[in-house]
Write a protein that binds this ligand. Sequence first.
Ligand SMILES: Nc1ncnc2c1ncn2[C@@H]1O[C@H](COP(=O)(O)OP(=O)(O)O)[C@@H](O)[C@H]1O
Ligand SMILES: [Mg+2]
Length: 370
Amino acid sequence: MHLEKIRLFNFRNFKELEADFSKGLNIFFGDNAQGKTNLLEAIYFLCNLKPVRTNKEQHLIFFEEEKAYLKGVFSTFFGSVDREIWLNLGDKKKVRECGVEKKRFSELFWQIHAVFFSPDDLSLVKGKPSERRRFLDLIISRLRPKYGRYLAEYNRALFQRNILLKQLKHNRTLISALEVWDEQISELGTAILKTRMDFLEKLYPWVKKYYLYFSRDERQLELNYENTCFTEKILPDSFREAYALALRKSLPHDLESGFTQVGPHRDDLQFLLGGRDLRYFGSQGEQRTLCLSIKFAEMRMFFEVTGISPILLLDDALSELDKYRRKWILEENKEWQVFVTTSDISAIPDDILKKGSVFRIEAGTLGRWF
Ligand SMILES: Nc1ncnc2c1ncn2[C@@H]1O[C@H](COP(=O)(O)OP(=O)(O)O)[C@@H](O)[C@H]1O
Ligand SMILES: [Mg+2]
């Protein structure tokens, strides 16, 4: 799968842009603040329907404008797929695929996926737990179609339970109504937990492998799922019971705070290097390498499950890598479509430059270099 063509209108600092990309390596170079990251963000947004640097989609629209438009033409195993997105200030985005309006992420063509890495954005490792949950939820819902539904239903039930908790503060007679929500939540929550843990079990060996490859650090890297429902190791068959018990135990706190304190919406991921928690004690370099390794592991998992390589977006990441690893990313992996940005074109050896398409970005315009 790869992106053949892109068209943008009023997206970030691009008034209008049209470009054809190469199936393998694409390089965007230019000075700072010209739009390199913005263009990667446009590609990411077309693939995953989420911005990279903000959670407000309005930020993606050209300053002072009201609308933005993006179109991507993807070449896939099943032929060409075009996807269009309209952004409107004060309205929901509209998405069309091959001319048909799509209301849900799960209705979109499953092959199209992008992975973004920037050494400036280490929120996956050192940001809030919600960043790590967001990562998990996006990739898992892509790979396990049922997961997105569990998640949506879980969030709906959780929302209702939280409303009820607040009402119970004033009116305890409603307490019996809690049972219905607890029942639903423990069922859906258990399904989410199982899917997440199963996914992580498969992701972990890849994270470990890439971390060792990029860092050559021999210390043991561990990845743990931090579960708010139960801390001790229990068999998946007992999850549901343990979950229901955790909900009951947490009820006094939940009533006090008016908010459900346990469940997948509060869980986190923990990364230990030689027993030390990298979220809090990792050096900048270790956190970067971990982040890069997780992104590569994500690509690999996507490939293992679907047989398709996602699009790799590397923002100013080349300086992070020594020349062998750079070569490995840019040259050896011919089955990936890769977009890299750099302000220093000399960081890329000539023979590699010749193999890719090189574009120069200047003040929101894109020019073909060679
Ligand atoms: N919504 C927007 N509308 C217009 N310009 C924007 C918008 N968002 C960001 N920019 C501009 O884009 C530029 C940064 O582009 P960026 O892609 O980060 O540059 P770089 O080439 O350094 O990666 C800044 O000048 C910023 O003001
Ligand atoms: Mg940038």
